[in-house]
Design a binder for this molecule. Structure first.
Ligand code: AMP
Ligand code: MG
Length: 353
């Protein structure tokens, strides 16, 4: 299949292209589209055959449910059988935006879309191309991240093409996704809200609106033995092809250790990748160093994380070392993705903490 790639301009969104993309979905095809978090791979959420196509195009296990994207808040009542007071407050404050809520589902939502679960994940993106496209497609677009299963999520149309060209009908190109990490997922189907996946909307921000919020143990567990409530969180994810190790400790100790390991590896003829920050990048003496941005500006780190992980696949590095990030604010979301990319391989250097 030939994949059409259509560039769109936020200042003058070409509605003919949006209508065309909407028609593709209504006819059962797939369209990748930009959102403020990452690119999504969209299909008609109410058509089970479209959901099957999404799983096939991504090579994704079919027990891993899709998020249903809407463009009008009130549409949540058409697919959710129960919307709690807490959920309503969260929708008022954070929608449209990078927050996915889990509700008990109505029968209208096919089991294929929810991976057989009795609940449905719903998000209303703030991205204007996404909103126009969802509307043109009939209002309910199921979309996981637009990457091949296991690879880092995509933050540009070029990354989507790398993974999915020839497998989907169309890619809407809206430039670089500004947040760069997937949405925060909160389960509001039971009494107390529970965070199933951290994102840029943090626990503190949620608690200001609805009071106490819990975090699924699997999000913060130091290993991958704890079974997560969001099925997708159990899979190894985001992994670059070269083995990634996270190095924890005081910055000076991390730099010294990585420099030593790099020198050793290079003496053995191996190539080393290093994931650094603007504050430290110049301190590494060898290896292929890539900075995520300034540590003092977490939103830069989150915006560049997947791009940097992915970019190592175009190099010949044999292994990658990454600096670690604090767990405050967006740091927890960044570490959650890095730990998955590293298959939970973490080394603590002496003299740390
Ligand atoms: P992705 O769109 O690729 O970020 O994947 C969607 C994420 O949402 C995966 O981690 C899913 O497991 C999670 N998810 C979707 N629907 C549900 C649901 N009904 N209950 C729990 N987690 C869900
Ligand atoms: Mg994903």
């Amino acid at each position: 299949m030939e994949t059409q790639i259509r560039k769109l301009d936020y200042d003058a969104i070409d509605m003919d292209v949006i209508e065309e993309a909407g028609r593709v979905l209504k006819e059962g095809g797939l369209v990748a589209f930009p959102t403020e978090t990452v690119y999504g791979l969209g299909g008609d959420a109410l058509n089970p055959a479209s959901s099957e196509k999404i799983y096939r195009a991504k090579g994704r296990p079919s027990d891993n449910p899709l998020i249903v994207h809407i463009s009008r808040k009130e549409d949540v009542y058409r697919i959710a059988s129960q919307v709690s007071k807490e959920a309503q407050r969260l929708m008022e404050v954070f929608w449209p935006g990078p927050l996915t809520l889990i509700f008990p589902k109505k029968a209208l939502v096919p089991d294929k879309t929810t991976g057989g679960l009795p609940t449905v994940a719903v998000r209303m993106p703030s991205d204007r191309i996404a909103a126009a496209f969802i509307q043109a497609a009939g209002g309910f677009v199921s979309a996981p991240s637009a990457n091949a299963s296991g690879r880092p999520s995509t933050t540009t149309a070029a990354h989507v093409a790398e993974d999915l060209k020839g497998r989907i009908e169309m890619i809407l190109d809206g430039g670089q996704a500004v947040i760069g990490l997937e949405s925060t997922i909160v389960d509001v189907s039971e009494d107390r809200p529970v965070i199933l996946r951290p994102g840029v909307i943090t626990r503190g921000m949620l608690e200001e609106v609805v009071g106490p919020v819990e975090t699924d143990q699997a999000v913060i567990a130091p290993d991958s033995a704890v079974k997560p409530k969001a099925p997708g969180m159990k899979y190894r994810h985001y992994a670059p092809r070269a083995a990634l190790t996270i190095v924890e400790g005081k910055p000076e100790a991390v730099i010294a250790a990585v420099n030593q390991w790099t020198a050793q590896a290079e003496a053995e003829g191996k190539r080393v990748g290093i994931i650094a920050t603007d504050e430290t990048a110049a301190c590494y003496k060898g290896g292929l160093v890539k900075s995520l941005g300034a540590r003092s500006r977490e939103e830069e780190i989150s915006m560049h994380l997947f791009e940097v992980l992915r970019s190592f696949d175009d190099t010949d590095v044999n292994c990658i070392y990454s600096e670690s990030f604090g767990e405050a604010a967006i740091g927890q979301a960044i570490m959650n993705r890095l730990l998955k990319a590293a298959g939970h391989r973490v080394v603590e250097v002496p003299g740390s903490k």
